[in-house]
Design a protein around this ligand. Structure first.
Ligand SMILES: [Zn+2]
Length: 179
C-alpha cells in the first residue's frame, strides 16, 4: 500500500498546544521523524509525509491542494495526525475520525491499535458536512482518516521522555503492520 502521513495544521497555524507547550504540528512532525529514524515503518508499504501548504489561505483550499498531491502520488491510505484540544474536554482519550465506508475499515484498525494506550477509548467517529475533520476525511481518492490519540492536557505523557511515547509509536507501527 501507499501510505501518506499528514502532519495536522501547518508551520504558521500550529493547532492546539498541550500542557508541555508543544503544538499539534510540532508534536506530530517530531513523532513521525523519530519513527522514521527508528525504522518503525514496515517495509511492506511505501510512505510519504505531506504537509498542508501554509502559503495557501483558507482551510478548504489547503485541503483541495493537499488531496491533489495525495491523489497524484496514488495513495491508498492517508492519515492526518492531531491531538485533541484540552479546552474542549478535560477527560483523556483517543478517537479516530473517518468519512467513507472504506475509511471506517481503516479507522477501526487504528482504533484497535490505540487500545494499548491507558486512556479512554472514545472509538471511531463518522464525520460529514461541516463536522470538524470532514474537510480532510471526506475528500480525495484515498481512505482518509484522522488520528487523535490523546488530549493536550495529558501531553506530558507523550512528549520525549514521557512514559507513553513509545506505546503510541508502537501503536502506529502495529497499525501499519495490520494494513
Ligand atoms: Zn488539530
Amino acid at each position: 500500500m501507499k501510505i501518506v502521513w499528514i502532519i495536522g495544521h501547518d508551520a504558521k497555524e500550529q493547532g492546539a498546544y498541550g500542557n508541555k507547550g508543544v503544538s499539534e504540528f510540532r508534536f506530530n512532525d517530531q513523532l513521525i521523524i523519530e519513527m522514521r529514524h527508528e525504522r518503525m515503518f514496515p517495509d511492506k508499504h511505501e510512505y510519504r509525509v505531506m504537509y498542508r501548504d501554509p502559503s495557501i489561505s483558507g482551510y478548504k483550499s489547503q485541503m483541495i491542494d493537499l488531496h491533489r498531491r495525495i491523489n497524484a502520488w496514488g495513495a491508498d491510505v492517508s492519515i492526518e495526525l492531531h491531538f485533541n484540544s484540552f479546552h474542549r474536554d478535560e477527560v483523556n482519550g483517543n478517537e479516530v475520525l473517518y468519512c467513507s465506508n472504506g475509511g471506517k475499515r481503516i479507522a477501526d484498525i487504528l482504533d484497535e491499535c490505540l487500545d494499548v494506550l491507558p486512556n479512554r477509548d472514545r472509538g471511531v467517529k463518522k464525520v460529514s458536512g461541516n463536522d470538524r475533520g470532514a474537510g480532510f476525511c471526506c475528500r480525495g481518492q484515498s481512505y482518509a482518516i484522522i488520528s487523535e490519540p490523546f488530549f493536550g492536557s495529558h501531553q506530558h505523557l507523550f512528549t520525549r521522555g514521557g512514559e507513553l511515547r513509545s506505546l503510541l509509536k508502537n501503536a502506529y507501527k502495529k497499525f501499519l503492520e495490520k494494513l
